[in-house]
Design a protein around this ligand. Structure first.
Ligand SMILES: [Zn+2]
Length: 238
């Protein structure tokens, strides 16, 4: 860190120990901490130093540059507790070392969260467990299967194409609808009753047929009306 950086860090220290600002101290700390950047971890190191009780009770705490180095190192090491290098490519990646260092630094500085749990050992379960696991997740016939299908969310939505388990979406905006589409809800009811989903094409065809029928009926009614109107004697003729 530069003398100006050291000055900022010392001003932070002063909040704990009331030390007086001094240009000489800024210079000295800047030299002692030339490899340490002035980052949040440096400030946190000061806080950690002053929140740790002194070795001898009653002794006045007075931070030194090496304390910043030690505590900052500890803070970064703790973030690396369960660090696992995530390889992006195969084993003969010529840049793996720089990748490894970049990831190490990202996790140590807190820019990237490290794994919160120790990594599990790889390997399959015991054969006896594997045999029992083979039955897990298979379709259960009868009543239980019916329960799984209950509710619109158990269905794929034929309107917005939402898969089972996901909510309906509004148009192409991607926003979630509060209610499932009517057709999806209807399919859920049909599924609960053991019926196949609505045949949308057939329903549309039936609707068109009904419209055609009504058009034809009103056309006939109009024709009928005209025929009777023509047959009726006019006032002049009487
Ligand atoms: Zn939908």
């Amino acid at each position: 860190m530069t003398p100006a950086d050291a000055g900022k860090l010392l001003a932070h220290c002063a909040m704990y120990d009331n030390r007086q600002p001094s240009r000489a101290a800024n210079m000295a700390w800047s030299v002692a901490l030339k490899d340490v950047p002035l980052d949040q971890d440096a400030f946190d190191a000061v806080a950690r130093f002053y929140s740790t009780p002194p070795a001898r009770p009653g002794e006045r705490l007075w931070i030194q540059p090496h304390d910043v180095v030690t505590h900052r190192k500890d803070i970064r090491r703790e973030r690396l507790a369960n660090f696992v290098f995530e390889s992006t490519s195969d084993d003969d990646d010529p840049f793996w070392l720089s990748r490894y260092r970049a990831q190490l630094d990202a996790v140590a500085s807190g820019r990237m969260p490290g794994p919160s749990q120790a990594p599990a050992l790889e390997g399959g379960p015991h054969p006896s467990i594997a045999d029992e696991l083979a039955g897990v997740g298979r379709e259960v016939p009868g009543e239980v299967a019916k329960v799984r299908r209950a509710g619109p969310l158990g269905q794929h939505c034929p309107v917005c194409d939402a898969p089972a388990g996901r909510p309906c979406r509004i148009g192409t905006s991607g926003r979630e609808r509060r209610r499932a589409h009517d057709l999806r809800a209807e399919n859920a009811k049909r599924a609960a009753a053991g019926l196949p989903p609505v045949d949308v094409a057939a329903r549309e065809a039936a609707k068109q047929e009904e419209i055609e029928k009504r058009r034809e009926a009103s056309r006939l009614a109009l024709e009928n009306y005209r025929a009777r109107a023509e047959a009726m004697p006019t006032e002049d003729a009487s």
